[in-house]
Structures are given as C-alpha cells and as structure tokens.
Design a protein around this ligand. Structure first.
Ligand code: ADP
Length: 446
C-alpha cells in the first residue's frame, strides 16, 4: 500500500496473503476455532438468558466445550428465536457497548435485529476486505457500491470493507439507475457491488442509453444477497465484459462477508475463523456425510454483541472437496442455489426458482428477466413462467415464437419434472428490483 492510500484510510485493514487466516495451516485454524468457540459459548451462556435456558435443557455447560468438534453438542438457533427475542433479547453485551444496529427486511412479521460492538464492526470490515481481496480487488480499484445503505447490511458492510481495502468507494446506494450509469461511465469505476438482479437492470438501462458496459473500465462485479445461477453468471459476464463473483452473508451472522468466491469462481470460501460452518440434514438435524447437500448452519466464533450458536440459515449448499485454486485453506461451499423456504410444491413436486432459471437461460433468445406465477385452477396448481425475450425474437413470426415457447416449456419440464406454462413477454415488462428480486408470485390462495 502506498502512503497516500495509507493516510486516506487511517484504520486500513490491508490484505496480506502471508498473514491472512485464509491461508493458515488447518491444525492452526482448528486450534483458533476451538479457543474461540469456548469463549463465545461462555459469553452467550453467561449473558443471554435464551442461550442459558437452551443449553441447560440439553444439559450442556460451557465447561463441556473443549474443541471445535464439540459444536455439535450445542442447541440450534432458528429465525423464530430471533423474532421471539425481538428486539434486543439476544444481546450479550450491555447496550452502551453496542455501536451499531441493523435489521433485515423482514418480509414476514418482525424484522431480525443485529447488533455490533466496535470489535464486531472491525471483524466485519476484516471479512469484507478478505472477500473483496478474494474477488481480486485491491487498492487502486474504484468500487461503486450499489447495495442499499440503511438498515440493510449490504450497503455499509461493503462500504467499510472496500475503504479498508484501500480502494476508492463511491457510495451510490441502490436506485436512480441513470445516475448509477453516469457514475459507472464517468468515474472510471472498475468494480461494482450490488444484487445480481439490480446489475441486470443497470445493464438493460445502459443498453437503452446506447452505452456498452464492455467499453468501460469495469472489470468485476461482487454480487450477492440473493440466489443466482451459473447460467446467470455467464449472461452477466458476457454482457458486461466483467468477472462476476458471488458473495454471501446474512444479517443474523454479520451481513455480507460470511463467504466469497476467489478468482477460481468455484465455490465460496467461508471465513471460518469467524463463522464456523456445518451442513446438516434439515429433517434430522444431523450432519450430512462430507460433501453432501444440506442446510448450512453457522456459529459466530468472535461476535460479541450478538453471538449466534448454530444458526440454521435455511440456505442449501454442500462443502466442496479439494484445494482451492487460490491456495486458501478455509473451506468452500457451493453457491447457495436456494433456501429451503424458497421452495414451492406443485402437484407434489418440490421446485426451486433456481432450477427454472438455469433451464430458461440455457435457451437462446431469452433475457435474464423472469417471474414464476403460481395459480390454482379447479383445485389444480398451475405454474406460469413469464420470461422476457429479446426484441428480435419478439418481432419474429408467430410460428417462431410458438416454437421458442415449446422449447422452453420442454426444457423446464425436463429439469423440474412438471409441466409448466410459458409466457413470452416483451422486454421490460417484468418489474425490476433495486435490491432482491421477487422471482415467485404465489396467487394460489387468492
Ligand atoms: P432478508 O432475510 O431480509 O432477506 P438478509 O440480507 O439478511 O435479509 O438475507 C440473507 C439471505 O439472503 C441469506 O440467508 C440467503 O438466503 C440470501 N443470500 C445472501 N447472499 C446470497 C448469495 N450470494 N447467494 C444466494 N443467496 C444469498
């Protein structure tokens, strides 16, 4: 880091591969995790009546935790626990040590509140530096941060991490897409952070304005906060001429920066010196055999204000085997293809929106904008997949449109094993999102 960057970021966290926990030998990592687990369990037990009660019920005391392997003795924590303890019931520090509060959008019921001490904010900043460094960003990059600033963790999380990395941050937040494009173009932006669906919207609008993002210095996108697929990555990378990296996080654990891809773009590294991952069978709560798919469970190993013991994320993934292309020793998970509560059941078949996305985008002539509408007709569930098609396709002969429609229906049917209706719609007819996209509209109860 040069002097000017150092003075611009007085509290810079800097990224040094040689000293980063991303590369520590495994026995050392396990020791660190074991030590931190004992500390966090003690903190939770002594300060949070909820954890004390749950641990007492299982007959486990902090003294029974000797190493990281003992994590499985701890009780799970679930989303409704956070709602039941709303707003401050899970805090492990007095309020005067809490320097920041965030909350998740809480689409149903009360939001989830998250608290941070100064130490927690430093950890968050550190894992965001490690995320952005994994995505091959560094000092000198000009990062446009189009995650929403506010109660949502995306904006401020990425902001402080990017600053501490030594990059130049432009805090555009979400929305005002024409201005986003002006900034992208005029400020020499080299990387953007936002949801993948918002980036698609930016891409579309830029095309309307006659701006080809491939002509700009933009070289990377750090996209997260919602599920997206490899097919979507391919579309984005081709259209924008960038590398698109996946970043993962959740409010309950810290916000963005729980895990991120490295340049190998083959799974997300979990910063497991701070967030210990397990993968369990959602039905039995037991760990799945190594490498099998299941629900991701995370334990915060260093959080002070709001420790989370074995938090069930409902996000479905699996551990990836073998060494990472970047030499990082911390484990990788496959991209989160869906959350268990995203699933909808149609005529007895479990379907995830990501399966439909993957199938749709494999067919030429489609645009990456779609919505799945569920209805019930005479007691029978119907699925209508509405997908935008390119203007060329749309102005094609009726027979060509029908042909595309049939091909899409067949591809989806082969993937998810149910018959679906497909509606080809004009470009721009599906509502755009500045944050997380709404992929499924369920009208079955209406
Ligand atoms: P809310 O619960 O209101 O949506 P959060 O921002 O805390 O607010 O959401 C976290 C959730 O977002 C995660 O549990 C996960 O389901 C989803 N998510 C975050 N990042 C990704 C990602 N890269 N891929 C897939 N899903 C993601």
């Amino acid at each position: 880091m040069n002097d000017s960057a150092a003075s611009r970021n007085g509290d810079s966290v800097r990224f040094h591969p040689a000293s980063s926990p991303d590369y520590v030998p495994l026995p050392q990592l396990r020791d660190l995790q074991s030590r931190r687990l004992k500390e966090v369990v003690t903190r939770a037990y002594e300060n949070v009546p909820f954890y004390r009660r749950k641990m007492d019920e299982l007959g486990i005391a902090p003294g029974g935790i000797h190493s990281i392997d003992d994590v499985v003795k701890l009780p799970f924590t679930v989303k409704t626990d956070l709602r039941d303890e709303y707003p401050f019931g899970l805090f492990a520090t007095p309020m005067d040590r809490v320097v920041r509060l965030h909350a998740s959008s809480g689409t149903t019921g009360k939001p989830i509140v998250a608290a941070y001490t100064q130490h927690d904010l430093n950890v968050w900043k550190e894992v965001m530096v490690r995320s952005l460094a994994a995505a091959d960003l560094h000092e000198g990059d000009i990062i446009q941060n189009s995650y929403g600033y506010g109660l949502f963790t995306g904006g401020l999380g990425a902001h402080y991490g990017a600053e501490a990395l030594g990059a130049t941050v432009i805090p555009t937040s979400g929305g005002n897409t024409d201005r986003q494009i002006m900034v992208l173009k005029d400020f020499g932006v080299t990387a953007i952070c936002c949801t993948p669906s918002y980036f698609l919207h930016i891409l579309d609008r830029a095309a309307e304005l006659g701006i080809d993002l491939r002509d700009l210095p933009l070289r990377a996108g750090v996209f997260g906060a919602e599920p997206w697929t490899e097919a979507m990555r391919t579309r984005i990378e081709e259209a924008a001429g960038i590398k698109a990296y996946d970043i993962y996080g959740l409010t309950e654990i810290i916000g963005p920066g729980v895990g991120c891809e490295c340049f190998g773009q083959d799974g997300l590294h979990i910063f497991e010196d701070h967030f210990y991952p397990e993968i369990i069978d959602p039905e039995t709560g037991q760990p799945v055999p190594e490498g099998e798919e299941g629900e991701l469970v995370l334990t915060t190993l260093s959080k002070q204000a709001m420790p989370m013991l074995r938090y069930r994320t409902r996000d479905i993934t699996r551990f990836l085997p073998g060494p990472s292309p970047s030499g990082r020793t911390i484990r990788r998970i496959r991209r989160i293809s869906h959350r268990s509560d995203d699933m909808f059941i149609v005529r007895g078949v479990n379907v995830f929106p990501s399966q439909i996305e993957e199938a749709l985008l494999r067919v030429e002539g489609t645009l990456p904008h779609y919505q799945i509408v569920l209805t019930r007709h005479k007691g029978l569930d119907q699925v209508d997949v509405q997908v935008e098609v390119t203007p060329e396709v749309f102005s094609d002969r009726v027979s060509a449109l029908e042909d595309l429609q049939k091909r899409l229906a067949k591809t989806i049917e082969q993937t998810v094993n149910i018959r679906v209706g497909v509606s080809l719609v004009e470009p721009h007819s599906i509502a755009r999102s500045e944050g997380k996209a709404k992929r499924v509209v369920d009208r079955r109860e209406m």
